[in-house]
Ligand binder design. Structure first.
Ligand code: ATP
Ligand code: MG
Length: 577
């Protein structure tokens, strides 16, 4: 199996961590924003409550002291002012308190703490401040407001209070507390920052724990699983990793294992099918080859049978004729000797009679004159001599015919190729003669010195016969069709010893010649350009087989349209078998 490429090693882990981190950060921001908002409101609330309780405390503490300090000389002169001052001072020490003051209805400060860096002069306060105080003193309604004093954000809480000693005055006394809003805000921000820090720490800790946990329950088993898959060399070698958690990952691994087993089974099945198919294909192709060779064998045998039948019929006929002629020829030839001797005897007797009898009877003399005895005496001997020559010639022809048939020679024998050519020409003699369409075909022989050639003589004669008959056919067809002035048809037969081991026989005609397309087919069985019934198309294919296969020689052809054709047979002088 191909190893899996390592990509995105911690992709899942990174995604998880980033996802969680992002969600926690969003949540953190939302909490911080909400916290800040709530804290602001809480600060306001807390400041107001604290200021209110201090003002109420101040009012409660000083009410009695005011009454105790009454001298009866007017409201303004109080004897207990130092105690009131201390009470006020006490309240001023409370956290966040910047200033505590008590003022009477006439706007006179009864007591004032001195905690503020620059002591506030209530009589010289800016106008919005004094207006608020005035309003509170007149309406008797507690009020509070935020403002800035010396660049400090402060909350000013004013609680009007009345006292019997203040008489029927329409105005009230005021207890004023100023609280440091900045300080409280600073505290709140500090508290919020600590909360946020704790939150961030918590997130970091959660992330680390989560990473460890994810690594333990998810990534490590996945990595084991992946390693098991990557290390597969073949599909059946999947080993379940040890220590996989008993969850979906284990289920995945088990499914993977069963899948690999199934794939393996399918692979084996496919492999077997492929093998069976291969065997079947091989079987089929072997049978095909057998059929092919059987077919070509059949074809071959068919051709051989046709031709050998043809040739053997021709051979048998020729041999039969030769035999039949040979017997009467034997009588004639042998009797001619006797007849010659008898005739010579008779002529001797006639000559003796003529010498002995000077005067024949008239009737006899007339007969002698009628037959021209002197001429007959001279001619009869010549006639007998020519008959003798004729019978000799017939004997030669019969010998040639038997030589052509060579029915007795199925084995390789060393023969004279020229004899074969001659006897074949003899058989074809009648076809060389002049016809209505052409003059006699001239045979030009250029015989070289040839050794005896080892061959199947009957087969070689068969080849010579095919080649010569084709040449004659070509010359016939040329002159039949041609309207041009007649050319002199001729066949040239040339023999030559090419080397010590090889001879060649070339048969050329000045016939029609062949096109390249015809030339490329002439050795194919059943290829013919001749009319149906005239040619079978087997002559050259059998000749090719005889020369190349049976004799290990060569048969080839050169041809030019309108010039002629040459067939060359090359034969080894010895057959090595
Ligand atoms: N000398 C030649 N000149 C022109 N064409 C030739 C010559 N010899 C052969 N051919 C061509 O080759 C063809 C095949 O010759 P082949 O001898 O095999 O068959 P065939 O002569 O047609 O028939 P068969 O010889 O069986 O009677 C011929 O039909 C002819 O077209
Ligand atoms: Mg032929």
């Amino acid at each position: 199996m191909k190893p899996i490429k390592q990509q995105h090693r911690f992709y899942l882990f990174q995604q998880l961590i980033w996802g969680v981190l992002f969600s926690l950060l969003i949540a953190g921001f939302i909490i911080m924003a909400l916290g800040a908002l709530l804290t602001d409101k809480q600060i306001d609330q807390q400041l107001k409550q604290q200021a209110r309780s201090i003002t109420e405390g101040v009012v409660f503490s000083i009410e009695g002291l005011i009454e105790l300090g009454n001298t009866g000389e007017g409201l303004i002169e109080l004897r207990n002012t130092s105690i009131i001052q201390r009470v006020v001072q006490n309240y001023a020490t409370l956290p966040l308190v910047m200033e505590v003051a008590v003022i009477n209805p006439q706007n006179k400060v009864l007591a004032q703490s001195d905690t503020f860096p620059t002591r506030l002069s209530f009589s010289a306060l800016p106008s919005p401040f004094t207006e608020v105080l005035d309003q509170a003193a007149q309406t008797g309604l507690p009020t509070s407001f935020s403002t800035k004093i010396d660049r400090h954000s402060v909350l000013v809480s004013v609680l009007p209070f009345s006292n019997t000693l203040f008489g029927q005055a329409s105005r009230r006394g005021l207890a004023i507390v100023i609280l440091d809003a900045d300080a409280l805000r600073k505290q709140a921000v500090q508290a919020l920052s600590i909360t946020v820090l704790i939150y961030i720490f918590g997130i970091a800790l959660t992330l680390i724990l989560m990473a460890m946990w994810i690594h333990r329950i998810l990534l490590r088993p996945l990595k084991q699983l992946r390693n098991a898959i990557v290390s597969l060399n073949s599909i059946d070698q999947f080993v379940m990793p040890e220590g996989l958690p008993n969850n979906e990952i284990r289920l995945l691994a088990q499914s993977l294992k069963s899948s690999t087993n199934q794939i393996k089974q399918y692979q084996e099945f496919l492999h077997k099918q492929a093998q069976a198919l291969e065997v079947a294909v091989q079987d089929l192709s072997a049978k095909n080859t057998q059929l092919d060779s059987a077919l070509s064998e059949l074809h071959h045998t068919q051709i051989q049978m046709i031709q050998s039948e043809k040739m053997s019929s021709l051979g048998q006929m020729v041999a039969g004729i030769a035999h039949e002629i040979n017997n009467p020829l034997g009588f004639i030839h042998s009797n001619l000797v006797h007849i010659t001797s008898y005739v010579q005897d008779l002529i001797g007797v006639i000559q003796a009679c003529q010498e002995q009898i000077p005067q024949f009877p008239t009737t006899l003399q007339d007969k002698i004159d009628e037959i021209d005895l002197i001429f007959v005496q001279e001619d009869i001997i010549k006639t007998l001599q020519s008959m003798q020559i004729g019978t000799e010639r017939i004997r030669e022809i019969v010998l040639s015919l038997r030589n052509f048939a060579r029915l007795d020679e199925a084995k390789i024998k060393a023969v004279n190729i020229h004899d074969g050519i001659e006897s074949t020409l003899l058989i074809l003699q009648h076809r060389l003669q002049a016809t209505d369409h052409r003059s006699e075909i001239q045979i030009r022989k250029y015989y070289g010195e040839l050794p005896l050639i080892e061959c199947y003589a009957g087969q070689i004669n068969q080849v010579l016969m095919s080649v010569l008959m084709n040449a004659i056919d070509a010359l016939d067809s040329l002159n039949q069709r041609s309207k041009t002035p007649e050319i002199h048809p001729q066949i040239k037969i040339q023999t030559e010893e090419i080397s010590e081991q090889k001879i060649k026989i070339a048969v050329s005609d000045n016939g029609s010649g062949m096109t390249q397309e015809i030339m490329s087919n002439i050795f194919d069985p059943f290829f013919t350009t001749k009319p149906i019934g005239k040619g079978t198309g087997l002559g050259l294919s059998i000749s090719y087989q005889i020369i190349t296969e049976n004799h290990r020689g060569r048969l080839f052809c050169e041809s030019e349209i309108g010039v002629g054709t040459t067939f060359t047979i090359e034969l080894p002088t010895h057959q090595t078998r």
